[in-house]
Structures are given as structure tokens and as C-alpha cells.
Write a protein of this length. Sequence first.
Length: 65
Amino acid sequence: MMNCKEATRLMSEGQERKLTTSEKAALSVHTMICSGCRNFSQHMKVLRTMARHFSKAADNNDDGK
Ligand SMILES: [Zn+2]
């Protein structure tokens, strides 16, 4: 069974590269039983959405001026 350290590492790696099917499966099993990592994963999604939003906003500013 994957531990929290491995789970969070995979989640950050998932931002950089595609996870393999077995990595994704292990991660989803872990987040199913571990509320801490489930929260962490939600947090990562929010951060990623915000990063996208801000880079978009920066692009729009460049276009506007
Ligand atoms: Zn965990």
C-alpha cells in the first residue's frame, strides 16, 4: 500500500508528466482511504486552476496594451 509521502509525490509529478495507469490506480486507492491526501489533491487542483487563471490574465493584459 502506498504511503502519504508517495501519494503526494505522485500528485506533484502528475502536474509535470502523465502518470502510468498503475500509478493512477494506486493513487486513487490511497486518496479513497486517506482524507489528508484527498484534501491535498483538491488543494493541488485549486492551485493549478489559479495558476492557469493568472497566466491567462497576464496574457490578456499583454493583448490589451
Ligand atoms: Zn495519505
